[in-house]
Design a protein around this ligand. Structure first.
Ligand code: 26W
Length: 821
């Protein structure tokens, strides 16, 4: 019929070439002869988009008709990675495009490299959101991802003399072919002002918000294509704009700069991603970002996604807002405000509906990472929301008081409002009280969340708490990142694993097949060459030919303990140069790091400098040449991960037990055939259980031991005194050996280790070295190592984000969002 969307271009080389040239001519306005690489890339992206368009429009239409329950994933971060390859995979166009471009003398690989990845996230939490929306699309589950279209994503990291220097990430400057702006669908959100009481037409006394300034949220839509299933979900990111471009009265008086001030002010809200991972700074702009995007999103869902005549009493049947950590929690009082103030509902009926519409995922255990907002700040920016939070708190505490009469201390512990060190709102408590479910992101984490972070709440609502262990998308992190391994797997067990990762189990018997092991090693070798070529091109880094690749990539944080890895390297180096260790007796190793530090995190930045300086000395010393190599390519991101992880032999997951909520890098490595050296932490626990103890190098204190040691009074200096190997390593750093003789450069790291060592690096040092000896030992037996690597792949299917999504559906979202096909 006439409203049906246009059909997709022909799925053939000719069909593609025709569309591509059309895009080049009419979209870019250039001829093939004069087209730059960027012109070609943009035309290609737009062409691929066209293949998805009919499916997208169809998905949206079906979803409207089906009136199915949707998941609205609320996340301040989406760390998407490059889009082109994923779109080619989803549409099964890779071969056609490669051939079609080749016929025009263009290399697909060159255009691929042109894309700047949208780095709209910091690390694990943002990447998880990207994996989840991929899985939901692939599983045909209705989902809309809501977030912020930051103009600048996570900073680009450079090194100057080994120290991190941040550069702005201008990911939009060369064009953004994957986004669809919809300025006509903009919504207005309010800030500031005060509240007032009034009597409504029915004579009821009510509160209302009288805000003083507003901002327009312009939605930008992005396609989220399912894997070859004809479905395309939507990611909707909000960009902030001034409601009025400028104040004409001021402009006419000649004050041009003053006239556009409000525009700059409004646009600041979506200007840049906060680069703090886990240490909230309590900045007003951040709260503005949070409220901005959730207010836009709720309004959008209620006014644009739901039918016009929709009765909001039925909202829980149509939506579940999944809160990705506490960042979007201000959505709770916002929905209450809409229902009570705007729709004039009774408080209790509004609260009953609200409670069913939210669920909360916690992603941390560090107390300092739990967001709190000073009452003064929140009250200034969102006075009505603060009132609503007070009311939620009062009602809740009254209930608690009824259950535990006279337990004043408990009320104080459970109050959303903390009194010290300053009056503030504990967002995790608000989320827990409002959410229908609260989940942690790995078994151990969920346990600790119940027992240590929210014990009073889990006692009060034992059934509210659940676990969903994280997962990663096999499309991006196996099929796309590791085509050689993918082909090997598909040859062995067929292609079904791509959407049913548990089927990797079928490979298990092949671990005992000598010929298969050889092929598996050939895949690893191929991936190492590919990495080597990339690092040469990208950073001028040369990798030695044949060495174990030992990789630690993740944000730089003390609890993750990059310092422990450095001590291992320094210790090996020191033992070799002092003559204690013969370098020809250990397997040659490349130690690869990738890590960004929050710009204000001093200790983390020092650690980056230390790694680089150790690398410089080690790599230049002929006494260890060939045996030890340290590489630290700058600006680790999703794109680099996709080449680095498939090449790895050893995965470093060495956080202090009880600190890493889950980890997801750990899963990507195991799925790509690296063995893990790791602590009993986060999802490492489940990886080890699944792959088997004999295929995993476990070391270190377990969480109860950590707890006991800290309670007893941990004195790191004792470990230093008692362990000669450790002492020699630390002394070498302290001597200035890695800083041209300057003892002051790394003094803060040394004295922190000796006198504070919050994350028990020294306590775990010897156990770590022993485990590394076991790694060397195991690596020498090539066949046995390969066997373990294959078993790691075969037994890690559980870590698919598809499985994680089924668990959310089953344990949290309940009424399974209907598959509308
Ligand atoms: C600035 C405030 C702030 C606070 C917390 C920013 C970011 C956070 C996140 C919760 C940090 C984060 O990314 N957590 C990670 O989430 C991953 C996905 O669940 C887990 O795998 C990681 O273990 C966890 O550290």
């Amino acid at each position: 019929n006439s409203t049906a969307p246009a059909t997709a271009p022909q799925h053939s080389v000719e069909g593609f070439v025709k569309e591509f040239l059309r895009e080049l001519h009419y979209g870019q306005g250039v001829t093939l002869e004069r087209a730059s690489v960027n012109d070609q890339y943009l035309a290609l992206a737009r062409t691929v988009r066209e293949y998805l368009m009919a499916r997208w429009l169809e998905t949206v239409r079906r979803q409207r008709d089906a009136q199915a329950k949707s998941v609205a994933y609320l996340s301040a971060e989406y760390l998407l990675g490059r889009q082109l390859d994923n779109a080619l995979l989803a549409t099964d166009l890779s071969e056609i495009v490669e051939e079609g471009l080749a016929s025009l003398g263009i290399e697909l690989g060159t255009l691929r490299e042109q894309e700047v990845e949208p780095g709209l996230g910091n690390g694990g939490l943002g990447r998880l959101a990207a994996c989840f929306i991929d899985s939901l699309a692939t599983m045909s589950v209705p989902c809309i991802g809501y977030g912020i279209r930051y103009e600048y994503g996570i900073f680009r990291q450079t090194f100057v003399d080994g120290f991190q220097v941040e550069k702005a990430d201008s990911w939009l400057t060369l064009g953004a072919p994957w986004e669809f702006p919809h300025p006509e669908a903009a919504v207005t959100v309010h800030f500031g002002g005060s509240t007032e009481r009034y009597t409504d037409d029915d004579g009821v006394e009510r509160s209302r918000w009288v805000p003083t300034w507003d901002v327009r949220g312009v939605p930008y839509n992005y396609m989220v294509p399912g894997y070859q299933n004809g479905r395309v979900n939507t990611l909707r990111l909000w960009s902030a704009q001034a409601t009025e471009a400028f104040d004409l009265a001021i402009f006419n008086s000649g004050e041009y700069v003053e006239a556009v001030r409000s525009q700059t002010f409004a646009e600041n809200i979506s200007k840049v991603l906060y680069p703090e991972d886990s240490t909230p700074q309590g900045k007003e702009l951040r709260l503005q970002q949070q409220y901005f995007f959730v207010a836009c999103s709720i309004r959008d869902f209620v006014e644009n996604v739901l039918p016009a005549d929709f009765d909001l009493h039925n909202l829980p049947e149509r939506i579940i807002f999944q809160l990705n950590d506490t960042h979007p929690v201000i959505a709770v009082p916002e929905l209450m405000r809409i229902l009570v103030d705007e729709k004039k509902w009774d408080w209790d009926e509004a609260w009953a509906v609200t409670q069913k519409c939210f669920a909360y995922t916690c992603h941390t255990l560090l107390p300092e990472a739990l967001e709190v907002w000073p009452v003064a700040l929140l009250g200034k920016l969102l006075p009505r929301h603060l009132e609503i939070i007070y009311r939620i708190n009062d009602d809740f505490l009254a209930e608690v008081a009824q259950r535990y009469p006279g337990d004043e201390l408990r009320l104080r512990r459970m109050s959303i409002i903390a009194e010290h060190p300053e009056r503030s709102v504990r967002m995790a408590f608000l989320a827990t009280i409002a959410g229908s479910k609260v989940n942690g992101v790995a078994e151990l984490h969920s346990q600790l969340l119940r027992d240590k972070v929210l014990p009073d709440f889990s006692e009060y609502w034992p059934d509210k708490f659940t676990n969903v262990t994280n997962g990663v998308t096999p499309r991006r992190f196996v099929r796309l990142a590791n085509p050689a391994l993918s082909d090997l797997i598909t040859d062995a067990i067929g292609p079904g694993w791509i959407t049913d990762l548990g089927r990797l189990r079928e490979m298990e018997p092949l671990a005992d097949d000598q010929e298969f092991r050889e092929k598996f090693r050939a895949v690893k070798a191929h991936n190492k060459h590919r990495l080597s070529a990339l690092l040469q091109r990208r950073d001028g880094i040369t990798l030695p030919g044949d060495a174990m690749l030992d990789v630690m990539v993740k944000r730089l944080h003390e609890y993750k303990r990059q310092t422990l890895k450095v001590l291992h390297i320094v210790s090996l180096y020191e033992r070799i140069v002092s003559g204690e260790l013969d370098p020809t007796t250990i397997p040659p190793r490349v130690f690869a790091f990738g890590a960004k530090a929050a710009p204000g995190y001093k200790m983390a930045k020092q650690t980056i400098a230390l790694i680089n300086h150790v690398g410089r000395v080690v790599n230049a010393d002929p006494r260890v040449k060939g045996a030890l190599t340290v590489v630290f390519p700058p600006n680790y991101n999703v794109t680099l991960a996709e080449t680095l992880i498939p090449a790895a032999d050893l995965s470093e997951q060495i956080s202090l037990a009880g600190k890493e909520a889950s980890g997801t890098g750990n899963m990507k490595f195991a799925l790509n055939g690296a063995l893990t050296i790791g602590t009993d932490d986060g999802a490492n626990v489940e990886i080890r259980e699944l792959v088997g103890d004999e295929n995993f190098f476990l070391f270190g204190l377990v969480e109860p031991e950590v707890d006991a040691l800290v309670t007893a009074g941990y004195r790191p200096a004792e470990f230093y005194e008692e362990n000669a190997t450790l002492r020699r390593a630390i002394d070498l750093i302290a001597s200035g050996a890695f800083a041209g003789g300057d003892r002051t450069v790394f003094e803060p790291i040394v004295s922190n280790l000796l006198h504070e060592d919050r994350f028990l690096v020294l306590a775990d040092f010897q156990a770590y070295l022993d485990a590394q000896d076991r790694v060397d030992e195991a690596y020498r037996d090539t066949e046995a190592w390969t066997r373990s690597a294959i078993l790691n792949v075969a037994r890690s299917g559980f870590f698919s984000s598809d499985r994680a999504m089924w668990d959310y559906i089953d344990r949290i979202w309940h009424s399974r969002p209907v598959v509308s096909r």
